[in-house]
Structure formats: C-alpha cells, structure tokens
Design a protein around this ligand. Sequence first.
Ligand code: ZN
Length: 134
Amino acid sequence: MTKIEHIGIAVKEIAAADKIYSKLLGVDPYKQEEVASEGVLTSFFKIGDSKIELLEATREDSPIAKFIEKKGEGIHHIAFDVEDIHAEMDRLRAEGFVLLNEQPKRGADNKLVCFIHPKSAHGVLIELCQEIKE
Ligand code: ZN
C-alpha cells in the first residue's frame, strides 16, 4: 500500500454535504459520479494529495443507506492506494483478512476496488483501490 487514497463519508444528502465540505475545505468538488452497482452517488474533493469522498445512497438497499440507518452519518471507510490490487488481495487473504469482493470491481473515480470487512480491521471498513490506466 502506498498511501491513504481517500476517506469516505456517508451523508444523507450530497447536495447539502457538498456545500458544507466546500466551505470547510475551501474548494469545490472536482467530480460527482454515480456508481449504480453500489447504489451510491459520490462527490470527490481534493486538497493537496488527500481526497474526501462523500457518499449518498441512491436506493434503500444501498450499503450506504444501511450504514446511515445503523450508525448515522459519518466516516464510512478508509481507502488505501495499491499498485497491484490482485497481489494485495492475495496477500491479505493469506494473512486471514475477510475480503468482501472475490474479484476487484469498478468503483468511482476510475478505480478498481475491493473492500475488506470491518471485523478484520477493528471496526473500520477498508477499501483497496488501484487506478485504472487506459
Ligand atoms: Zn471510497
């Protein structure tokens, strides 16, 4: 793993959260993107090398809707940048981590992603992400 790629924050309404985070960070989001397979609408901010991803549920069965129902709005996951997601998945599986995806899938912001169960990481949902180079 090379760095924290972004921190994901679950929000009820991305329009409202965008305004607050624009004020907080002093920049506007650089991208808004829907990931239909996950039932989420995302919004990305960048300051220096750090990114914040806001996530709003687009369906009732979205993982974000379930998260907010259980825990309320707040930090949802920490994403780490990896150079070779398949190799990292193999390494972590061998170390006993519970991976939530058998294969990497396409996430927001031009990334291949895989999630690791929070029970494997002391209550924190971890996302691995590898930039898709085309
Ligand atoms: Zn993320």
